[in-house]
Design a protein around this ligand. Structure first.
Ligand code: GLY
Length: 367
């Protein structure tokens, strides 16, 4: 594939709507391939700032820098105003905004904002269960569960320990990782989406899906979160126990790809199922494979990553839809909740991150 051409397409799309989103964020997903305007709420707004930083790093175009800095200020305000901070998605939100800003510009306020976000995430840690609770009140027995997506939130904690020298963040992240490895990954290396513990005995109870097809199927994006999450955990911990598990989880994902290498929204579905795909799952998995390949090269996985990216860039961008302000179509937020294939804010981000990784193997991840 032509990586430069794919980056140029993303650049053109984002540049076209740079002014529209200067003081706001794109919606979680598009409608008819067009993102609307969104306040800084929910879990997805960090992806837009992440895209701005990626494009700034790729092109040195100051317009992206200015907009990214302005969005960092909006994240600072979110912390000050305490807007929807009581859930586990602090990593998705602040790794790609405040932490990215600090890593690129050295801005001390951005570093402090990243640490404050890590503090909010740490408040979700359940010490008896040794996991970070995803949603709900911390004393609500019905909410005593964690979800596979959180594997992308805990890098914020690893980073916070690195930057402060305080091991409390690392310990919570490490314990959460261990609890996830022991429970949310099944024996066949597929993953549950969410997993409940017994709030009285603190023993594992059961897996349950939220966005997958069924409790015992494997939600494609969940498996991709596991692939990339394990790679990022390895980056921070160098725990050798991660490696065989990462290999099996990634093999499961790759073995369930259809002919064109872009998964259906749940890995239970294959070609001929008539089900929609989830392009974002492919982009996330590619980022995980390219991250792990820095430490342990696996030629089968690298070939699969290349094939996924070729297919995404050739068949799944919005290039035939000039009215679109998104990059990657056929993302699936939640089929279970009735969503249709659309561009998603995270699909666009991970696709561009994957392109960055293909262009520059030494790129310093924001995670
Ligand atoms: N983290 C929510 C999702 O992947 O839809």
């Amino acid at each position: 594939m032509n990586t430069d051409k794919a980056i140029l397409y993303a650049y053109d799309v984002v540049k076209k709507s740079l002014d529209d989103f200067y003081d706001c964020f794109p919606t979680e997903q598009s409608e008819n391939l067009v993102f609307g305007k969104f306040e800084n709420v929910s879990w997805t707004t960090g992806f837009y700032e992440g895209i701005l930083w990626l494009l700034y790093e790729l092109t040195e175009d100051k317009k992206f820098y200015r907009s990214a800095k302005h969005h960092s200020a909006l994240f600072h305000k979110r912390l000050q105003d305490r807007v929807e901070l009581e859930h586990h998605d602090m990593g998705f939100l602040f790794s790609l905004s405040s932490v990215a800003d600090y890593k690129i510009t050295g801005d001390e306020q951005a570093r402090l904002d990243g640490i404050e976000a890590a503090e909010w995430l740490l408040r979700r840690y359940q010490p008896k269960g040794r996991f970070i609770q995803a949603w709900g009140a911390m004393d609500d027995p019905e909410s005593y569960r964690f979800i596979v997506d959180c594997m992308l939130n805990i890098p914020l904690l690893f980073w916070a320990s690195e930057t402060t020298g305080d091991s409390k963040y690392y310990n919570a992240a490490y314990n959460h990782m261990k609890t996830s490895i022991d429970n949310i990954i099944r024996h066949d290396a597929s993953s549950y989406h969410t997993f409940f513990f017994d709030p009285v005995t603190n023993k594992p109870l059961r897996g349950e899906t939220h966005q997958g097809f069924s409790d015992d199927s494997c939600w494609a994006r969940g498996q991709a979160w596991a692939v990339y999450g394990l790679a990022l955990c390895y980056r921070y911990t160098r725990d050798e126990a991660i490696l065989p598990l990462y290999t099996r989880v990634t093999e499961y994902f790759i073995d369930h790809l259809p002919v064109d290498f872009v998964p259906y929204w749940d890995l239970i579905f294959g070609d001929g199922s008539g089900e929609p795909r989830d392009t974002s799952a492919a982009a996330i998995a590619v980022c995980g494979i390219l991250e792990m390949s820095k430490y342990h090269e696996n030629s089968v996985f690298s070939d699969a990553a290349q094939n996924m990216m070729t297919s995404l860039s050739e068949k799944y961008t919005t290039k035939s839809f000039p009215e679109s302000n998104g990059i990657l179509k056929d993302g699936m937020y939640s089929r279970k909740h009735g969503h249709e294939p659309e561009c998603t804010s995270w699909g666009d981000y991970f696709y561009l991150e994957a392109l960055m990784r293909m262009k520059n193997k030494d790129w310093n991840p924001y995670w």
